[in-house]
Design a protein around this ligand. Structure first.
Ligand code: SF4
Ligand code: SF4
Length: 235
């Protein structure tokens, strides 16, 4: 997504709504703690930022917009810019001790919590991965390594996929002798993760951006929680 600030394509959204969302960003504890202390406009964060090299993207612009309390521009950036950040936090070397990466994290969360259309679009390709992480407690699993899913990885992916079980058993840590998950996750850990995602509002965020995925996750989680004795948990 390019960063085009030459015209305001979100002029149909009221200033009150933009200010409401900016207030939500500012009310986050991380914003008050260390996200922003004002900005020198020195550009050191841009020089350190890998995304700025490849996209029309600037952590400086975002930090400045927040420091100037420009709710209008913050709304544009929350829609069109924050998804270009790779969340590496190289920008934390800011001489004002700002953390543009943290500011962007908060803006992303506000965008998701409020179901902004751009947030839905940015995340729509990640449903399969989000499902995997949230249902199993581990990230991308070996059995997702299929030639048709990763054609750019080359022909050897097919050979590995055919003998995945053997390859995995060759790994020294026994906890990784798995194909459906990246590593072994105990039932106790999984239940704890489900409860954390429920209590911290992560499930509410998923509901805002992808209701279909939310329903599938709820089915998986409720069954397991019920078996573990948490039958009073409702999503
Ligand atoms: S490094 Fe810090 S002070 Fe400099 S432009 Fe970036 S946010 Fe502003
Ligand atoms: S966290 Fe985002 S803004 Fe900061 S350096 Fe990394 S990609 Fe750039």
């Amino acid at each position: 997504m390019g960063l085009d600030l030459s015209y305001n394509k979100y002029s149909s959204v009221s200033l009150e709504e933009k200010e409401r969302l900016f207030e939500e960003v500012k009310s986050d504890m991380r914003y008050q703690d260390h996200a922003l202390y004002g900005c020198y406009e020195c550009g050191i964060c841009v020089a350190a930022c890998p995304s700025a090299r490849f996209y029309d993207f600037s952590p400086r612009v975002i930090a400045q917009a927040a420091a100037r309390e420009d709710a209008d521009l913050m709304y544009t950036l929350m829609n069109d810019s924050v998804w270009d950040c790779s969340q590496c936090f190289s920008c934390d070397r800011c001489p004002r001790h700002n953390s543009p990466g943290t500011l962007i994290t908060i803006m992303r969360e506000v965008a998701v919590r409020n179901g902004l259309q751009t947030a839905r679009k940015a995340l729509e390709g990640y449903g399969r991965i989000i499902y995997k992480i949230m249902s199993t407690g581990t990230q991308v699993s070996p059995d997702m390594l299929q030639p048709n899913a990763f054609p750019d990885w080359g022909g050897h992916v097919g050979d590995i996929a055919e003998n995945l079980d053997v390859w995995r058993r060759a790994l020294p840590p026994e906890t990784m002798h798995t194909t459906e998950t990246s590593w072994y996750v105990s039932e106790k850990t999984l239940i704890e993760l489900y409860l954390i995602w429920h209590m911290t509002g992560v499930m509410d965020m998923i509901k805002e951006v992808d209701e279909g995925l939310f329903d599938i996750l709820v089915d998986v989680m409720e069954e397991r929680l019920e078996e573990a004795g948490y039958d009073d948990v409702t999503f």
